[in-house]
Ligand binder design. Structure first.
Ligand code: FSX
Length: 371
């Protein structure tokens, strides 16, 4: 199979890779990592390679509003694909405050040119929330960010709201929300919007969503909150390697006790893993090295709506119920095989123990999501 056939458009990813002499083997291994990232079945890499090769380098305009730049910092730690892969091979990042060389009028001219030359085809990524209490609270080149958003998405194909600020309002929207901060989805009604929450989001998840869009020309399957199911389909708790300790009723009571040293469950130290949907426990951070729970710190729930207001941090969600302890007792009596069956049942999407908890914050969360 010729990955970079002669008939490819001059602005295709394949043509660009061929020009730069990227070896076939290297490209295929890159596509294999993309396929794994997108949770595609084994053997999909050839199809991904063909699609990526023929794809046009995607024009992307990245807007940053009320935020801390943690999301862009996270992206720069992307390892698979690396930021370098992403920028030079897959996309044409035509505007991004933190990474672009241009400034002032030249930067704004680049945004206008990208909008003009790629009408209906460019992707808009937004991090940060929009202040509605006063347009002067956040402006770029003399324009309110609400107007910049409106202008930029008018001819866009789709919008990706990166980070909990863009997806839910995040830190700027925490009580008492002095700037009247709102998420992107409350202002963009006529374009597809995908939410990639997290404060910041996992870099692999940001690049995974972009890779999916580039490969298939559409957004991945989303849940009711507009999050890609492939990355936000399960809770941290569902996939946590400390989960067996939870099921056995073994909990650290402080960050330096015997239980903590033995790696027991951090639930009693306020871990929000049971109510937090994200891929930290599987994808991990820093090239797959670790994630907060593996480093001895409970999950703060940063990818859930209103997580700043669901506090205080380190307050346990609730006391583990008798249900999970009963599971342990039953497992012990019935032996190892039965224990594994109980564990398998508990690893289901909503275990009886999880359903019985109704942790603090869940009701609020559901209420917020229903709005
Ligand atoms: Fe918000 Fe991102 Fe947290 Fe910071 O851009 S999601 S405050 S990591 O920077 O928007």
């Amino acid at each position: 199979m010729d990955l970079f056939p002669a008939g490819l458009g001059h602005d295709s990813v394949g043509a660009e890779l061929a020009r730069r002499g990227v070896p076939r083997r290297e490209f295929l291994s890159f596509c294999a990592s993309l396929a794994a990232l997108m949770a595609l079945p084994a053997g999909s890499e050839a199809a991904v390679a063909a699609a990526v090769s023929a794809a046009r380098r995607q024009s992307v305009i990245w807007l940053s509003f009320q935020e801390c730049t943690g999301c862009a910092e996270s992206l720069t730690r992307s390892h698979s694909p690396s930021l370098e892969n992403l920028l030079f091979d897959l996309i044409s990042l035509d505007y991004q405050h933190t990474l672009q060389a241009a400034s002032g009028e030249a930067a704004e001219a680049a945004r206008m040119a990208a909008m003009r030359e790629n009408q209906g085809k460019y992707l808009v990524i937004v991090d940060g929330s929009v202040p509605l209490a006063n347009p002067g609270y956040c402006t770029i080149a003399g324009m309110s960010v609400a107007d910049i958003l409106r202008e930029t998405v008018a001819n866009a194909m789709a919008v990706v709201a990166v980070g909990s600020c863009a997806a839910y309002g995040g830190l700027p929207a925490a009580q008492p929300n002095p700037t009247g901060a709102v998420p992107i989805s409350s202002l963009v009604m006529d374009k597809p919007v995908v939410n990639v929450p997290g404060c910041p989001p996992i870099p692999t998840v940001i690049t995974g969503v972009l890779a999916y869009f580039l490969t298939f020309g559409r957004l991945p399957e989303l849940d009711a909150q507009g999050r890609p199911k492939a990355f936000y389909g399960e809770t941290i708790h569902d996939r946590c390697y400390r989960r067996p300790f939870y099921d056995q009723g073994k909990f650290a009571e402080s960050f330096d006790d015997e239980g903590a040293r033995k790696g027991w469950c951090l639930f009693k130290l306020g871990c929000r893993g049971p109510i937090t949907y994200n891929a930290c426990a599987t994808t991990k951070w820093n090239g797959g090295v670790s994630f907060p729970i593996q480093s001895g710190h409970g999950c703060l729930g940063c990818s859930e709506a209103k997580f700043w207001d669901m506090g205080p941090f380190y307050q346990p969600l609730s006391t583990p119920t008798a249900t999970s302890r009963m599971n342990l007792a039953g497992a012990a009596v019935a032996g190892a095989a039965a224990g594994l069956a109980v564990l398998a049942a508990n690893l289901g999407k909503k275990s009886a123990a999880q359903a019985a908890h109704e942790p603090i914050g869940v009701a609020d969360l559901v209420k917020d999501k229903a709005k």
